[in-house]
Design a binder for this molecule. Structure first.
Ligand SMILES: Nc1nc2c(ncn2[C@@H]2O[C@H](COP(=O)(O)OP(=O)(O)OP(=O)(O)O)[C@@H](O)[C@H]2O)c(=O)[nH]1
Length: 809
């Protein structure tokens, strides 16, 4: 039905094309589709504000369509003259005036006073009149010439209606009313017009007006023009001529001074369809029509629509898709310009389409569109900046590492690389800058700067830590071994030597590190702190070593005691022959051990004298300080602190010293006892002669037997042989050696060795008896085995009693 209502017809006006559509049907339904199609066909949207709308009102079958078709070369349906007067135009029709500039639309309204609707049905008449007044710039009022001055004129109710509804338009636009007098009589127009104007004024005066317009003249609302035409039916030629003249007045009707009224309420052409729909809806709902508010409303809706269209077009555009995809994979060269151009195109399209709408609405909707577009595009921009930031950071790291590996000073490398890569970021930042959006993306720059600084700081921390630990290792190596060696030979000069060593090594380490630190961008405070820390570390190494040595002081003391006790002044091992003064040796060794204990008792890295050694000697070694004295005096070691030595520097407290000394003496006592035992045994072994009284008694009592033996050579020989045998057995059995450890062990050892030794002797003697006499005087050459055996025997003999030369003989 709606499709049918729209027709594109080639009318009788030769080459001109005329479009027309039924805008509102007889039932008051608005033909939205038909109108939109019509607007598209006549390309009304492109007209902006350059278009005009003309309507015609008048009694039914008064030749309205005929007039419009002749005047605007349209193709409205006309009544067939031969069928009689009946209604042909239902509702409101619209067509484009052909050949008139600017684009002029004309509306043919259903005739008033129609028999088809019945006498009382004036609702549609009023509605269509109000619609025509709200939408049109020019309203033609078609009237019969013979109705002028008549009380019962057909157009009187129509005019009343027009004036009444005009009051319902808030701040209405000034409309031009062109009264077209049809079937002009011979009465000249000059005479007819005053009568008509009088009629119009009367009607105006009779119309009830709101308080605000009580005194408002007609001219405030309308420009009244009067035109008279001869009868179309009777004087067609003349009619056409007059119509052609009238047509001229519709050219450039919207220009200043043109036929159209003021243009205050005009809506842009692209909003015409929506505006017309809304006006009709308001009229149908019988509400007051506030044209200014309506204009804003139309602007709002249309601007919103345009903005939405532009936004959708932006999203769908291939350029945007490409750009959006490209930024996902990495930085895009010229991103800012590309995005800016896309945004600019979209916004300028909006501007050009919405240009004729209310400025306030237009700007606000543009801002909204901008916001939406920016919101859509900003993530892509941020992605680009994200790529730029992370890429720059990675490149910075590489360049920085390369510069450091190339031997550049840390601070110089850090400064140069930072400046260079921040500048590169700024270039990329500029490239990605979207002028229209002017997004504040400084946070990316700030973040990059923070990341670079953090990286530099972390590398610096690592390098400094590396440097510190290298110097610490150097100091540990330089101090640990020497300090241990110094403690090993602890004496009164030990701590002085340690202090000198510490000072020397610390100074060397600190100066080396200070030189290395000059390459870093450190303030004096931080530098000083690091150097102090190194000094403290060196001191710590010494202190730790001292603590470690103090922990094993008893072992050290025992070693020292053992060395001094068991070796003489030439470091030769002692043999306890009995001549040694064990007491003196023990005391000397213990004195040295006590010195060691005194050295290890406290850390002495500062100059200063303490009396630890004195206290230890007086308490532990001084023999004059007898037990009696000790009982009367307080024990100087019954304390947990040393005088003049703070607890932090104390390694072994007095009480601990006492306990350690006790442990030491107990553990070394056995060595001393062993030495004493060895000495006594030695003495015993060397003292085998009987006591002198026994010798004297033996000589006195055995004098006669002795003389008998001396006088008898046989006895002498037997005694001599017996002596030799006994002597051989003594040597073989090492009798003196066996009895060194006591009588019982000596007897047991001898009993086990006696028989084998006797057997061996007999065997040797028998071997010597069987040996043939030597042919020469030279000593016989011994076989290797015999020589070896002899050597063995000699060495056995010498080892058993090397100190006794008689035995060897
Ligand atoms: N007397 C006279 N008749 C005319 C004139 N113009 C047209 N007519 C005739 O009037 C009749 C109605 O013409 P339309 O143009 O259809 O009139 P209308 O006002 O459009 O009719 P509706 O649309 O039905 O209201 C036709 O028969 C025309 O020939 C004129 O100037 N004088």
């Amino acid at each position: 039905m709606e499709k049918l209502a729209f027709k594109l017809t080639r009318n009788r006006w030769k080459d001109a094309e005329c479009c027309s559509t039924q805008l509102i049907d007889g039932d008051g339904s608005f033909n939205v589709t038909g109108l939109d199609q019509f607007i598209k066909e006549v390309r009304l949207a492109e007209c902006g504000l350059s278009y005009a709308v003309v309507s015609i009102m008048g009694p039914q079958s008064s030749g309205k369509s005929t007039l419009l078709n002749n005047l605007f070369h349209t193709n409205f349906r006309e009544m067939d003259a031969f069928k009689g007067r009946s209604q042909t135009t239902k509702g409101i029709w619209m067509a484009k005036c052909s050949g008139i500039e600017p684009c002029t639309l004309v509306m043919d309204l259903e005739g008033t006073d129609g028999r088809e609707r019945g006498e009382d049905d004036t609702a549609f008449e009023k509605q269509s009149a109000l619609f025509a007044l709200a939408v049109s710039d020019i309203v033609l009022i078609n009237m019969w010439c013979h109705d002028i001055g008549r009380e019962q004129a057909a157009n009187k109710p129509l005019l009343k209606t027009v004036f009444q509804v005009m009051m319902r338009l808030f701040s209405p636009r000034k409309t031009t009313l062109v009264f077209v007098i049809r079937d002009k009589t011979r009465t000249p127009l000059e005479n007819l017009e005053p009568v008509l104007r009088e009629d119009i004024q009367k009607i105006w005066d009779s119309v009830p007006k709101p308080e605000a317009h009580k005194e408002t003249p007609l001219s405030e609302f309308f420009n009244v023009e009067v035109v008279a035409l001869n009868s179309y039916e009777e004087k067609e030629e003349l009619f056409r001529e007059q119509v052609a003249n009238l047509r001229q007045r519709f050219f450039h009707s919207i220009a200043p001074g043109g036929l159209a009224g003021d243009r205050r309420g005009v809506v842009p052409a692209s909003g015409f369809s929506f505006s017309a729909q809304q006006i009709w809806q308001v009229i149908k709902e019988n509400k007051d029509l506030d044209l200014p508010a309506h204009k804003v409303m139309v602007a709002t809706v249309r601007c919103e629509e345009i903005a939405h269209e532009k936004y959708a077009a932006f999203i769908e555009s291939e350029s945007w898709h490409k750009l959006e995809e490209a930024v996902k994979t990495g930085p895009v060269s010229g991103f800012g310009k590309k995005l800016n151009s896309l945004l600019y195109t979209s916004l300028s399209e909006y501007d050009s389409e919405a240009t004729f709408f209310d400025e306030g609405v237009r700007s606000s909707k543009k801002r909204h569109l901008e916001e939406k577009l920016f919101q859509l595009a900003q993530p892509a921009h941020q992605t680009v900046l994200g790529h730029l930031r992370s890429g720059t950071l990675e490149k910075f790291k590489e360049a920085f590492e390369k510069a450091l590996n190339g031997g550049e000073k840390f601070s110089v490398a850090a400064r140069n690389c930072t400046e260079s890569y921040m500048a590169r970021f700024d270039e990329g930042y500029e490239d990605a800058l979207v002028e229209l959006a002017n997004w504040d993306s400084s946070k990316f720059r700030d973040k990059l700067r923070r990341d670079i600084d953090a990286h530099v700081a972390s590398v610096q921390a690592a390098k400094l830590s590396e440097l510190t630990s290298s110097y610490q290792t150097k100091l540990t190596d330089a101090l640990s071994g020497p300090v241990e060696a110094l403690f090993d030979g602890a004496n009164n000069e030990t701590w002085l030597s340690i202090r000198n060593l510490l000072k020397c090594e610390t100074e060397s380490g600190v100066s080396g590190m200070a030189k290395a630190l000059s390459g870093f961008d450190l303030d004096e405070h931080a530098k000083g702190k690091m150097l102090t820390s190194l000094q403290e570390y060196a001191r710590g190494v010494v202190e730790a070593k001292a603590k470690e040595e103090a922990g094993r002081v008893v072992i050290r003391m025992k070693e020292r005691f053992s060395t001094l006790f068991s070796h003489d002044s030439d470091s030769m091992p002692r043999i306890w022959t009995g001549k040694e003064d064990i007491r003196f040796i023990t005391r000397t060794a213990r004195t040295e051990c006590l010195k060691l204990l005194a050295v290890m008792a406290a850390i002495r890295l500062e100059d200063g004298i303490d009396n630890i050694e004195k206290i230890l000697f007086s308490a532990l070694l001084d023999t004059s300080n007898s037990a009696a004295t000790k009982t009367t005096m307080a024990d100087p070691l019954a304390s947990s602190t040393w005088e003049k030595v703070p607890p932090a520097r104390t390694l072994i407290t007095p009480v601990q010293c006492k306990a350690l000394w006790r442990q030491f003496t107990t553990e070394t006592e056995y060595t001393v006892t062993q030495a004493i035992s060895a000495q006594e045994a030695n003495k015993r072994s060397n003292n085998w002669l009987p006591p002198p009284w026994a010798i004297v008694a033996l000589l006195v009592l055995g004098f006669n037997e002795f003389m008998t033996v001396l006088r008898n050579p046989f006895y002498l020989a037997v005694i001599f042989v017996g002596y030799l045998v006994a002597k051989a057995l003594w040597v073989q059995l090492d009798v003196s050696g066996q009895f060194r450890y006591g009588v019982l062990p000596g007897l047991i050892a001898l009993s086990t060795r006696l028989i084998p030794t006797v057997m061996d002797l007999i065997r040797k003697l028998s071997e010597q008896g069987q040996m043939p006499p030597t042919p020469t005087h030279h000593p016989p050459r011994m076989s290797a085995a015999a020589a070896s055996k002899k050597f063995e025997n000699r060495s056995t003999m010498s080892s058993t009693d090397s100190s006794d030369p008689d035995k060897e003989e």
